[in-house]
Design a protein around this ligand. Structure first.
Ligand code: ZN
Length: 303
């Protein structure tokens, strides 16, 4: 079996930590402690993508929207309103660290925009926004919902004639790349020369739920690694190393673990009080917060 170097720090020094996966093993880098599948299982990834039209571990865009409709809408949960609230706070934060006035308009790109709920909110907030996604279904669902949405089907790595942007953000995207540094280099190239931001979030390999999945002998999941969708398990240090590998080192403003329902940096989830599972969820979020092991790793870097 071919053995690859660490996809984050490129070190050859590694330790096998799990061998039970059919066509691959899980290794941990001795240098930076990132975990990863070696070799990557690209065929299965491509096949799954071709059959579901999605790189999401949670299913296709259509399933996602059906799920939102059947659960959230019936319970009176307004998903758009939750997005608007999250992105109002996040936009204020971006403007503050870029030294902009509240009335200034930012040029913003979302990579992996799915059906465009975040783009819609930022556009309502008067910003100059654009979204891109490799999930064709998600883009057409978004366009059907709102024909004026500035979202496009495409591969971010191939984009040349867009930008430059003040802010590029990507939620749950980096973990789907086999060459994460290539994505960061691309995002940097689409940003304004200076006073611009990259804001990403990814699954936390050291989260409370990851800890549970490291103990459980399942065949497809180990911590933040969910085969074939996520083949790299990121820690805080992994992100720091990746950003510092850029030719021009950014100022890393934040790298932290955050609960999925965080009001500014989370995933625009409804508050647990609206859900049946509120007691369990509240306990989970509470414990994640206390132990500093939320489900997300958020990184914000300024150039
Ligand atoms: Zn490494």
């Amino acid at each position: 079996m071919e053995i690859i170097n660490c996809p984050v720090c490129f070190s050859k020094s590694q330790r096998k930590i799990k061998t039970k996966f059919k066509t691959t093993n899980i290794f941990s880098c001795k240098q930076c402690k990132t975990s990863y599948a070696s070799p990557f299982i690209k065929e299965e990834f491509d096949e799954t993508y071709a059959s579901t039209g999605s790189v999401n571990s949670t299913g296709s865009a259509k399933d996602f929207i059906d799920d939102l409709k059947s659960t959230n809408y019936e319970k009176g949960i307004n998903t758009s309103a939750i997005y608007l609230s999250t992105f109002t706070k996040r936009l204020n934060y971006w403007k503050k660290i870029l030294g902009k006035k509240p009335s200034d308009k930012l040029k913003i790109l979302e990579v992996g925009c799915s059906t465009g709920l975040a783009i819609e909110s930022l556009s309502k907030l008067g910003q100059n926004v654009m979204g891109i996604d490799i999930d064709k279904d998600a883009i057409s669902i978004g366009k059907r919902r709102n024909p004026n949405l500035n979202i496009y089907f495409g591969d971010i790595i191939k984009q040349k004639d867009i930008g430059p942007f003040d802010v590029i953000f990507a939620s749950q995207v980096l973990e789907h790349f086999f060459t994460p540094l290539e994505l960061l280099v691309k995002l940097r190239s689409l940003l304004k020369e200076s006073n611009s931001l990259i804001h990403i979030d990814i699954p936390n390999h050291d989260s409370l739920s990851s800890f549970y999945y490291k103990l459980r002998p399942t065949s497809k999941r180990f911590g933040g690694i969910i085969l074939p969708f996520h083949q790299i398990g990121y820690k805080r240090k992994s992100l720091e190393i990746l950003f510092n590998k850029l030719e021009e080192k950014p100022e890393i403003l934040k790298i932290f673990s955050c609960t999925n329902n965080h009001k500014s940096f989370g995933q625009s989830f409804p508050s647990p009080s609206k859900l049946k599972t509120s007691i369990v969820l509240n306990a989970y979020y509470g414990l994640s917060k206390i132990t500093n092991s939320g489900g997300l790793l958020v990184a914000i870097a300024k150039f």
